[in-house]
Design a protein around this ligand. Structure first.
Ligand SMILES: Cc1cc2nc3c(=O)[nH]c(=O)nc-3n(C[C@H](O)[C@H](O)[C@H](O)COP(=O)(O)O)c2cc1C
Length: 189
C-alpha cells in the first residue's frame, strides 16, 4: 500500500480544474503534516488553505512550473490546481527552517494520493507578490506552495543511468517522464 502510494506520488502539474476540493479535505491533509517529525519538536509550520476559485486565482500567477519544460509556461486555464496549501515558517518560533518542512509536505502529498488526488511542491515562487496577494503577515516566511488537484496527466518513471540526464520530459502524447537513479547506484556501502 505505502509502496503504491510512494510510486504514484509523482509531481502532477495538470489537473481537472473543475474537480473541487473542499476545506475539510485540506484540513485533513494538514493534520497529517501536523504529526510529522519536527527538529527539536518546535513545529514551526503554519498553513494557509485555498480551495475557492477566487483565492486560487490569487496564488497561481506567482508560481513557476516545470523549469525543464522550456516551452511550457504551466497549466492552462481548465488544467490548473483546484486547491493549494501554502506552507509558511513561523519566525516567532524558529528563525530558519530545515529538512522537516519536506517531511510535512510529503505527508500532505501522500495523504492526497490516498484520496485519489495529486500535487506538486512548488518552491519557485514570486514570494513578495504572493505575500501581498494573500496578505501574509511579516512573521511568516513563505516556504513552499503545495498545488493540489485531481491529476489529468500520466507520469511514468524511467531509469536514470549513471551519468545520464536528470531532466524530466514530456512526449508527444503528453506523458510526463521522470528519470530516477537505480537502487544499486545509490547504495554505496
Ligand atoms: C523542494 C522542491 C521544490 C520544487 N519546486 C518546484 C517548482 O517550483 N515548480 C515545479 O514545477 N516543480 C517543483 N518541484 C517538483 C520537482 O520538479 C519534482 O519533484 C522532480 O521533477 C521529480 O519528479 P517527481 O516528484 O515526480 O519524482 C519541486 C520539488 C521539490 C522537492
Amino acid at each position: 500500500m505505502l509502496r503504491d502510494l510512494v510510486y504514484t506520488n509523482r509531481s502532477y502539474r495538470r489537473f481537472y480544474q473543475d474537480h473541487a476540493i473542499d476545506e475539510e479535505t485540506l484540513r485533513e491533509l494538514v493534520d497529517l503534516a501536523r504529526l510529522a517529525a519536527s527538529g527539536h519538536n518546535l513545529q514551526p509550520y503554519k498553513y494557509m488553505l485555498s480551495w475557492e476559485p477566487e483565492r486560487n486565482a490569487l496564488i497561481f500567477p506567482h508560481l513557476t512550473w516545470a523549469a525543464y519544460l522550456k516551452d511550457w509556461p504551466g497549466p492552462p486555464e481548465g488544467e490548473r490546481p483546484s486547491a493549494y496549501i501554502v506552507m509558511l515558517g513561523d519566525t516567532e518560533i524558529r528563525k530558519s527552517f530545515t529538512f522537516d518542512q519536506g517531511i510535512s509536505a510529503e505527508n500532505i502529498l501522500l495523504g492526497a494520493r490516498e484520496k485519489g488526488l495529486g500535487g506538486c511542491i512548488v518552491a519557485a515562487i514570486r514570494r513578495d507578490e504572493l505575500r501581498e496577494a494573500l496578505r501574509i503577515a511579516d512573521p511568516y516566511e513563505i516556504l513552499m506552495v503545495l498545488a493540489l488537484g485531481k491529476p489529468k496527466e500520466k507520469v511514468v518513471l524511467e531509469v536514470l543511468e549513471p551519468g545520464g540526464d536528470v531532466k524530466y520530459w514530456r512526449d508527444s502524447e503528453g506523458v510526463h517522464h521522470v528519470p530516477k537513479r537505480r537502487l544499486e547506484d545509490i547504495i554505496i556501502g
